[in-house]
Design a binder for this molecule. Structure first.
Ligand SMILES: NC(=O)c1ccc[n+]([C@@H]2O[C@H](COP(=O)([O-])OP(=O)(O)OC[C@H]3O[C@@H](n4cnc5c(N)ncnc54)[C@H](O)[C@@H]3O)[C@@H](O)[C@H]2O)c1
Length: 386
Protein backbone atom coordinates (compact mmCIF):
# COMPACT_ATOMS: atom_id res chain seq x y z
CA UNK A 1 0.00 0.00 0.00
CA UNK A 2 1.44 3.41 -0.94
CA UNK A 3 2.03 6.17 1.60
CA UNK A 4 1.88 9.92 1.15
CA UNK A 5 3.41 12.44 3.56
CA UNK A 6 1.58 15.58 4.72
CA UNK A 7 3.65 18.25 6.50
CA UNK A 8 1.87 20.13 9.33
CA UNK A 9 3.23 23.20 11.11
CA UNK A 10 1.96 22.93 14.69
CA UNK A 11 1.90 26.15 16.73
CA UNK A 12 0.93 26.41 20.42
CA UNK A 13 1.81 22.78 21.18
CA UNK A 14 3.46 23.49 24.53
CA UNK A 15 0.00 24.53 25.82
CA UNK A 16 -2.65 22.38 27.46
CA UNK A 17 -4.77 21.66 24.37
CA UNK A 18 -2.01 21.79 21.75
CA UNK A 19 0.16 19.24 23.54
CA UNK A 20 -2.36 16.78 24.94
CA UNK A 21 -5.29 16.67 22.55
CA UNK A 22 -3.67 17.71 19.28
CA UNK A 23 -0.05 16.54 19.30
CA UNK A 24 -0.17 13.48 21.58
CA UNK A 25 -3.75 12.21 21.30
CA UNK A 26 -4.27 13.10 17.62
CA UNK A 27 -1.26 13.55 15.32
CA UNK A 28 1.09 11.12 17.10
CA UNK A 29 -1.71 8.55 17.45
CA UNK A 30 -2.46 8.87 13.74
CA UNK A 31 1.23 8.26 13.04
CA UNK A 32 1.24 5.21 15.34
CA UNK A 33 -1.73 3.68 13.56
CA UNK A 34 0.08 4.09 10.22
CA UNK A 35 -1.59 7.29 8.98
CA UNK A 36 -5.06 8.05 7.64
CA UNK A 37 -6.42 5.71 5.00
CA UNK A 38 -7.66 7.43 1.83
CA UNK A 39 -10.34 6.06 -0.52
CA UNK A 40 -7.76 4.81 -3.05
CA UNK A 41 -5.97 2.88 -0.30
CA UNK A 42 -3.10 5.37 0.11
CA UNK A 43 -1.97 6.02 3.68
CA UNK A 44 -1.68 9.72 4.48
CA UNK A 45 1.04 10.18 7.09
CA UNK A 46 1.19 13.46 9.06
CA UNK A 47 4.70 14.82 9.58
CA UNK A 48 4.59 17.53 12.28
CA UNK A 49 6.91 20.55 12.51
CA UNK A 50 6.64 21.90 16.06
CA UNK A 51 6.90 25.70 16.40
CA UNK A 52 7.32 27.66 19.62
CA UNK A 53 9.00 30.70 21.13
CA UNK A 54 11.12 28.88 23.66
CA UNK A 55 13.75 26.69 21.95
CA UNK A 56 14.49 24.61 25.07
CA UNK A 57 10.82 23.87 25.68
CA UNK A 58 9.96 22.99 22.11
CA UNK A 59 13.09 20.84 21.67
CA UNK A 60 12.31 18.97 24.90
CA UNK A 61 8.74 18.35 23.70
CA UNK A 62 9.95 17.11 20.31
CA UNK A 63 12.52 14.78 21.93
CA UNK A 64 10.06 13.44 24.49
CA UNK A 65 7.74 12.32 21.70
CA UNK A 66 10.23 11.37 19.01
CA UNK A 67 9.22 14.26 16.72
CA UNK A 68 12.05 14.91 14.30
CA UNK A 69 11.31 18.54 13.29
CA UNK A 70 11.02 21.64 15.50
CA UNK A 71 11.86 25.34 15.17
CA UNK A 72 11.44 28.76 16.75
CA UNK A 73 11.34 30.43 13.33
CA UNK A 74 7.69 30.64 12.28
CA UNK A 75 8.44 32.74 9.18
CA UNK A 76 10.85 30.15 7.84
CA UNK A 77 8.34 27.37 8.58
CA UNK A 78 5.61 29.25 6.73
CA UNK A 79 7.94 29.92 3.78
CA UNK A 80 8.87 26.24 3.45
CA UNK A 81 7.26 24.08 0.77
CA UNK A 82 7.64 21.04 3.05
CA UNK A 83 4.44 21.81 4.96
CA UNK A 84 1.02 22.44 3.47
CA UNK A 85 -1.04 22.76 6.69
CA UNK A 86 -0.77 25.33 9.50
CA UNK A 87 -2.32 24.41 12.85
CA UNK A 88 -2.74 26.76 15.83
CA UNK A 89 -3.70 26.06 19.44
CA UNK A 90 -2.07 29.08 21.09
CA UNK A 91 -4.09 31.55 23.12
CA UNK A 92 -7.13 32.95 21.33
CA UNK A 93 -6.10 36.58 20.88
CA UNK A 94 -3.02 35.67 18.84
CA UNK A 95 -4.98 33.52 16.40
CA UNK A 96 -6.35 35.94 13.77
CA UNK A 97 -2.93 37.47 13.01
CA UNK A 98 -1.27 34.04 12.90
CA UNK A 99 -3.92 32.56 10.63
CA UNK A 100 -3.73 35.56 8.30
CA UNK A 101 0.03 35.04 7.96
CA UNK A 102 -0.45 31.35 7.23
CA UNK A 103 -3.23 32.00 4.71
CA UNK A 104 -0.96 34.60 3.07
CA UNK A 105 1.69 31.89 2.76
CA UNK A 106 -0.84 29.61 1.00
CA UNK A 107 -1.20 27.10 3.84
CA UNK A 108 -4.37 25.17 4.61
CA UNK A 109 -5.64 26.13 8.05
CA UNK A 110 -6.72 24.07 11.04
CA UNK A 111 -7.09 25.58 14.52
CA UNK A 112 -8.65 25.61 17.96
CA UNK A 113 -11.76 27.55 18.82
CA UNK A 114 -12.67 30.37 19.31
CA UNK A 115 -11.13 31.45 16.04
CA UNK A 116 -11.07 35.06 17.27
CA UNK A 117 -12.55 37.28 19.98
CA UNK A 118 -14.78 39.27 17.57
CA UNK A 119 -17.16 38.34 14.77
CA UNK A 120 -15.58 40.95 12.47
CA UNK A 121 -12.19 39.20 12.74
CA UNK A 122 -13.77 35.75 12.33
CA UNK A 123 -15.54 36.80 9.11
CA UNK A 124 -12.42 38.47 7.79
CA UNK A 125 -10.52 35.18 8.29
CA UNK A 126 -13.22 33.24 6.46
CA UNK A 127 -13.13 35.69 3.55
CA UNK A 128 -9.31 35.64 3.41
CA UNK A 129 -9.25 31.81 3.30
CA UNK A 130 -11.96 31.72 0.64
CA UNK A 131 -10.10 34.26 -1.51
CA UNK A 132 -6.81 32.39 -1.14
CA UNK A 133 -8.65 29.11 -1.96
CA UNK A 134 -7.06 27.32 0.98
CA UNK A 135 -8.90 24.61 2.91
CA UNK A 136 -9.90 25.36 6.48
CA UNK A 137 -11.18 23.65 9.58
CA UNK A 138 -11.84 24.64 13.18
CA UNK A 139 -12.11 22.33 16.19
CA UNK A 140 -15.69 21.33 17.09
CA UNK A 141 -14.64 18.39 19.22
CA UNK A 142 -17.82 17.95 21.28
CA UNK A 143 -19.62 16.62 18.18
CA UNK A 144 -17.51 13.44 18.32
CA UNK A 145 -17.79 12.78 22.05
CA UNK A 146 -19.36 9.33 22.59
CA UNK A 147 -22.14 10.83 24.75
CA UNK A 148 -23.15 13.29 22.04
CA UNK A 149 -22.85 10.70 19.26
CA UNK A 150 -25.32 8.58 21.23
CA UNK A 151 -27.70 11.54 21.51
CA UNK A 152 -27.46 12.15 17.76
CA UNK A 153 -28.27 8.48 17.10
CA UNK A 154 -31.30 8.58 19.45
CA UNK A 155 -32.59 11.66 17.65
CA UNK A 156 -32.15 10.02 14.23
CA UNK A 157 -34.04 6.95 15.50
CA UNK A 158 -36.95 9.17 16.61
CA UNK A 159 -36.53 8.06 20.25
CA UNK A 160 -37.44 11.50 21.65
CA UNK A 161 -40.64 12.06 19.66
CA UNK A 162 -40.93 15.85 19.47
CA UNK A 163 -37.95 17.40 21.27
CA UNK A 164 -39.09 20.05 23.74
CA UNK A 165 -36.03 21.26 25.59
CA UNK A 166 -32.31 20.72 26.15
CA UNK A 167 -30.60 21.44 29.48
CA UNK A 168 -26.83 21.73 29.51
CA UNK A 169 -24.90 21.77 32.78
CA UNK A 170 -21.22 22.46 32.28
CA UNK A 171 -18.54 23.25 34.81
CA UNK A 172 -16.48 22.42 37.83
CA UNK A 173 -14.59 24.24 40.54
CA UNK A 174 -11.43 25.87 39.14
CA UNK A 175 -9.14 26.61 42.08
CA UNK A 176 -8.08 30.20 42.54
CA UNK A 177 -4.35 29.44 42.49
CA UNK A 178 -3.67 30.92 45.95
CA UNK A 179 -0.15 29.72 46.89
CA UNK A 180 -1.16 29.83 50.59
CA UNK A 181 -4.08 27.49 50.06
CA UNK A 182 -4.00 23.69 50.35
CA UNK A 183 -5.19 23.46 46.70
CA UNK A 184 -2.70 25.96 45.36
CA UNK A 185 -2.43 25.25 41.63
CA UNK A 186 -5.30 26.32 39.34
CA UNK A 187 -6.31 23.72 36.72
CA UNK A 188 -6.71 26.28 33.93
CA UNK A 189 -4.40 28.98 32.53
CA UNK A 190 -4.82 32.38 34.18
CA UNK A 191 -5.52 34.21 30.88
CA UNK A 192 -8.96 32.51 30.94
CA UNK A 193 -9.95 34.91 33.75
CA UNK A 194 -8.65 38.14 32.15
CA UNK A 195 -10.82 39.80 29.53
CA UNK A 196 -7.87 41.81 28.20
CA UNK A 197 -6.10 38.52 27.39
CA UNK A 198 -9.04 36.94 25.54
CA UNK A 199 -10.52 35.16 28.57
CA UNK A 200 -14.12 34.67 29.72
CA UNK A 201 -16.42 31.66 29.86
CA UNK A 202 -18.99 33.20 27.50
CA UNK A 203 -16.45 33.46 24.69
CA UNK A 204 -15.02 30.05 25.56
CA UNK A 205 -18.22 28.04 25.90
CA UNK A 206 -20.92 29.72 23.80
CA UNK A 207 -18.97 28.86 20.65
CA UNK A 208 -19.14 25.20 21.70
CA UNK A 209 -22.87 25.43 22.46
CA UNK A 210 -23.49 27.01 19.05
CA UNK A 211 -22.25 24.04 17.02
CA UNK A 212 -23.68 21.49 19.47
CA UNK A 213 -27.15 23.06 19.20
CA UNK A 214 -26.98 23.84 15.46
CA UNK A 215 -25.91 20.27 14.61
CA UNK A 216 -28.07 18.30 17.03
CA UNK A 217 -31.21 20.24 17.89
CA UNK A 218 -31.79 23.17 15.47
CA UNK A 219 -30.13 26.43 14.43
CA UNK A 220 -29.79 28.94 17.27
CA UNK A 221 -32.16 31.83 16.53
CA UNK A 222 -31.98 33.96 19.72
CA UNK A 223 -30.04 34.23 22.97
CA UNK A 224 -30.57 35.60 26.44
CA UNK A 225 -27.45 35.46 28.57
CA UNK A 226 -26.52 36.54 32.08
CA UNK A 227 -22.84 36.45 32.89
CA UNK A 228 -21.09 36.80 36.24
CA UNK A 229 -17.62 37.09 37.70
CA UNK A 230 -18.20 35.09 40.85
CA UNK A 231 -14.55 34.93 41.95
CA UNK A 232 -13.13 38.47 41.78
CA UNK A 233 -9.45 37.69 42.24
CA UNK A 234 -7.17 34.79 41.46
CA UNK A 235 -3.44 33.97 41.42
CA UNK A 236 -1.49 33.40 38.18
CA UNK A 237 1.09 30.77 37.19
CA UNK A 238 3.80 32.72 39.09
CA UNK A 239 1.74 32.96 42.28
CA UNK A 240 0.93 36.63 41.63
CA UNK A 241 -2.52 37.87 42.61
CA UNK A 242 -4.58 39.42 39.78
CA UNK A 243 -8.04 40.85 39.28
CA UNK A 244 -10.42 38.52 37.43
CA UNK A 245 -11.76 40.84 34.72
CA UNK A 246 -13.62 38.19 32.71
CA UNK A 247 -16.86 36.32 33.35
CA UNK A 248 -16.44 32.93 35.05
CA UNK A 249 -20.09 31.84 34.78
CA UNK A 250 -22.83 32.17 32.18
CA UNK A 251 -26.53 31.40 32.50
CA UNK A 252 -27.82 31.35 28.93
CA UNK A 253 -31.11 30.46 27.24
CA UNK A 254 -31.40 29.83 23.50
CA UNK A 255 -34.39 29.65 21.16
CA UNK A 256 -33.82 27.22 18.30
CA UNK A 257 -35.33 26.88 14.85
CA UNK A 258 -38.08 24.27 15.13
CA UNK A 259 -39.13 25.44 18.57
CA UNK A 260 -36.69 23.66 20.90
CA UNK A 261 -35.68 25.69 23.97
CA UNK A 262 -32.17 25.18 25.31
CA UNK A 263 -30.74 26.40 28.58
CA UNK A 264 -27.05 26.02 29.43
CA UNK A 265 -25.36 26.84 32.72
CA UNK A 266 -21.60 27.15 32.27
CA UNK A 267 -19.43 27.80 35.31
CA UNK A 268 -15.90 27.56 36.65
CA UNK A 269 -17.28 28.20 40.13
CA UNK A 270 -19.58 25.22 40.65
CA UNK A 271 -19.08 21.92 42.46
CA UNK A 272 -20.02 18.77 40.58
CA UNK A 273 -22.91 16.59 41.74
CA UNK A 274 -23.91 15.12 38.39
CA UNK A 275 -22.57 12.33 36.20
CA UNK A 276 -19.93 14.34 34.35
CA UNK A 277 -18.34 17.77 33.78
CA UNK A 278 -20.83 18.33 30.98
CA UNK A 279 -24.28 16.78 31.03
CA UNK A 280 -27.00 17.36 28.45
CA UNK A 281 -30.58 16.43 29.26
CA UNK A 282 -32.90 16.18 26.29
CA UNK A 283 -36.64 15.94 26.95
CA UNK A 284 -39.08 14.85 24.25
CA UNK A 285 -42.69 13.76 24.13
CA UNK A 286 -41.70 10.05 23.80
CA UNK A 287 -38.57 9.91 25.89
CA UNK A 288 -35.64 11.69 27.54
CA UNK A 289 -31.88 11.20 27.61
CA UNK A 290 -29.03 12.46 29.76
CA UNK A 291 -25.61 12.36 28.14
CA UNK A 292 -22.21 13.03 29.64
CA UNK A 293 -18.93 13.05 27.74
CA UNK A 294 -19.08 9.27 27.23
CA UNK A 295 -22.19 7.76 28.78
CA UNK A 296 -25.82 8.29 27.87
CA UNK A 297 -28.89 7.17 29.84
CA UNK A 298 -32.44 7.09 28.53
CA UNK A 299 -35.95 6.96 29.94
CA UNK A 300 -38.81 6.14 27.59
CA UNK A 301 -42.37 7.32 28.05
CA UNK A 302 -43.31 3.83 29.31
CA UNK A 303 -40.55 3.91 31.93
CA UNK A 304 -41.44 7.41 33.15
CA UNK A 305 -42.46 7.45 36.82
CA UNK A 306 -45.66 9.22 37.89
CA UNK A 307 -44.69 11.26 40.95
CA UNK A 308 -47.06 13.26 43.15
CA UNK A 309 -45.92 16.17 45.28
CA UNK A 310 -45.89 15.27 48.98
CA UNK A 311 -43.21 16.88 51.16
CA UNK A 312 -44.53 15.13 54.28
CA UNK A 313 -43.08 11.73 53.40
CA UNK A 314 -39.66 10.56 52.26
CA UNK A 315 -39.51 10.41 48.45
CA UNK A 316 -40.82 6.91 47.57
CA UNK A 317 -39.44 6.90 44.01
CA UNK A 318 -35.78 6.28 43.21
CA UNK A 319 -35.60 8.63 40.25
CA UNK A 320 -32.12 7.43 39.31
CA UNK A 321 -33.32 3.84 38.94
CA UNK A 322 -35.65 4.47 36.01
CA UNK A 323 -32.94 5.04 33.40
CA UNK A 324 -31.31 2.60 30.96
CA UNK A 325 -27.80 2.89 29.62
CA UNK A 326 -27.23 3.26 25.86
CA UNK A 327 -24.64 0.57 24.93
CA UNK A 328 -21.13 1.69 24.02
CA UNK A 329 -19.87 1.63 20.44
CA UNK A 330 -16.37 1.83 19.07
CA UNK A 331 -15.39 5.43 19.76
CA UNK A 332 -12.06 7.16 19.19
CA UNK A 333 -10.74 10.45 20.65
CA UNK A 334 -13.01 13.27 19.44
CA UNK A 335 -10.13 15.58 18.46
CA UNK A 336 -8.44 12.77 16.51
CA UNK A 337 -11.64 11.89 14.62
CA UNK A 338 -11.97 15.48 13.43
CA UNK A 339 -8.26 15.69 12.53
CA UNK A 340 -8.58 12.56 10.39
CA UNK A 341 -11.53 14.02 8.49
CA UNK A 342 -9.67 17.28 7.95
CA UNK A 343 -6.54 15.54 6.66
CA UNK A 344 -8.65 13.45 4.25
CA UNK A 345 -10.33 16.66 3.07
CA UNK A 346 -6.95 18.33 2.42
CA UNK A 347 -5.93 15.25 0.43
CA UNK A 348 -9.08 15.65 -1.70
CA UNK A 349 -11.08 12.85 -0.06
CA UNK A 350 -14.46 14.36 0.69
CA UNK A 351 -15.96 17.54 2.09
CA UNK A 352 -15.36 19.04 5.52
CA UNK A 353 -18.27 20.88 7.07
CA UNK A 354 -16.63 22.56 10.06
CA UNK A 355 -14.67 25.45 8.57
CA UNK A 356 -14.14 29.12 9.34
CA UNK A 357 -17.75 30.14 8.58
CA UNK A 358 -19.10 27.62 11.11
CA UNK A 359 -16.47 28.86 13.57
CA UNK A 360 -17.59 32.45 12.98
CA UNK A 361 -21.12 31.41 14.01
CA UNK A 362 -19.71 30.39 17.40
CA UNK A 363 -17.95 33.71 17.86
CA UNK A 364 -21.16 35.47 16.78
CA UNK A 365 -23.17 33.68 19.49
CA UNK A 366 -20.55 34.56 22.13
CA UNK A 367 -20.50 38.20 21.02
CA UNK A 368 -24.29 38.44 21.08
CA UNK A 369 -24.41 36.60 24.42
CA UNK A 370 -22.14 39.27 25.89
CA UNK A 371 -24.34 41.97 24.32
CA UNK A 372 -27.49 40.37 25.76
CA UNK A 373 -25.92 40.40 29.23
CA UNK A 374 -24.84 44.02 28.89
CA UNK A 375 -28.21 45.20 27.52
CA UNK A 376 -30.30 42.87 29.73
CA UNK A 377 -32.36 41.65 26.76
CA UNK A 378 -33.04 38.85 24.25
CA UNK A 379 -31.01 39.19 21.04
CA UNK A 380 -31.88 37.61 17.67
CA UNK A 381 -29.04 35.87 15.83
CA UNK A 382 -28.79 37.10 12.23
CA UNK A 383 -27.79 34.65 9.49
CA UNK A 384 -24.15 35.12 8.45
CA UNK A 385 -23.57 35.77 4.75
CA UNK A 386 -21.10 33.33 3.20
N1 LIG B 1 -11.69 22.59 22.16
C1 LIG B 1 -11.69 22.72 23.47
O1 LIG B 1 -12.45 22.04 24.16
C2 LIG B 1 -10.77 23.69 24.13
C3 LIG B 1 -10.51 23.56 25.50
C4 LIG B 1 -9.62 24.46 26.11
C5 LIG B 1 -9.02 25.46 25.35
N2 LIG B 1 -9.32 25.58 24.03
C6 LIG B 1 -8.70 26.64 23.21
O2 LIG B 1 -7.35 26.28 22.94
C7 LIG B 1 -6.53 27.44 22.94
C8 LIG B 1 -5.37 27.25 23.93
O3 LIG B 1 -5.88 27.06 25.23
P1 LIG B 1 -5.03 26.33 26.36
O4 LIG B 1 -5.95 26.11 27.49
O5 LIG B 1 -4.28 25.19 25.77
O6 LIG B 1 -4.01 27.50 26.74
P2 LIG B 1 -2.52 27.42 27.29
O7 LIG B 1 -2.29 28.73 27.98
O8 LIG B 1 -2.28 26.14 28.04
O9 LIG B 1 -1.62 27.33 25.98
C9 LIG B 1 -1.37 28.45 25.18
C10 LIG B 1 -0.22 28.18 24.21
O10 LIG B 1 0.02 29.39 23.49
C11 LIG B 1 1.39 29.73 23.56
N3 LIG B 1 1.55 31.18 23.54
C12 LIG B 1 1.05 32.07 24.45
N4 LIG B 1 1.42 33.32 24.10
C13 LIG B 1 2.17 33.20 22.96
C14 LIG B 1 2.84 34.16 22.11
N5 LIG B 1 2.83 35.46 22.38
N6 LIG B 1 3.47 33.68 21.02
C15 LIG B 1 3.48 32.35 20.72
N7 LIG B 1 2.87 31.42 21.50
C16 LIG B 1 2.23 31.85 22.59
C17 LIG B 1 1.87 29.12 24.87
O11 LIG B 1 3.26 28.96 24.88
C18 LIG B 1 1.11 27.81 24.86
O12 LIG B 1 1.77 26.87 24.03
C19 LIG B 1 -7.44 28.63 23.28
O13 LIG B 1 -7.83 29.28 22.12
C20 LIG B 1 -8.64 27.97 23.93
O14 LIG B 1 -9.84 28.69 23.75
C21 LIG B 1 -10.16 24.71 23.42
Amino acid sequence: MSAKRIGIIMHGVTGRMGMNQHLIRSILEIRKQGGVRLKDGTRLMPDPMLVGRNAAKIEALARAHGVRRWTTDLDAALASKEDSVFFDAASTQLRPALLKRAIGAGKHIYCEKPVSTTLAEAMSLYKAAKKAKVKHGVVQDKLWLPGLLKLARLREQGFFGRILAVRGEFGYWVFEGDPQSSQSAAQRPSWNYRKQDGGGIILDMLCHWRYVLDNLFGQVRAVSCLGATHIPQRWDENGKKYKATADDAAYATFRLAGGVIAHFNSSWAVRVRRDDLLTLQVDGTHGSAVAGLRRCLVQSRDDTPKPVWNPDIAQPIDFFAGWKEVPDGDYDNAFKVQWEMFLRHVAGDGPFLWGLLEAAKGVQLAELGLKSWKQKKWIDIPKLKA
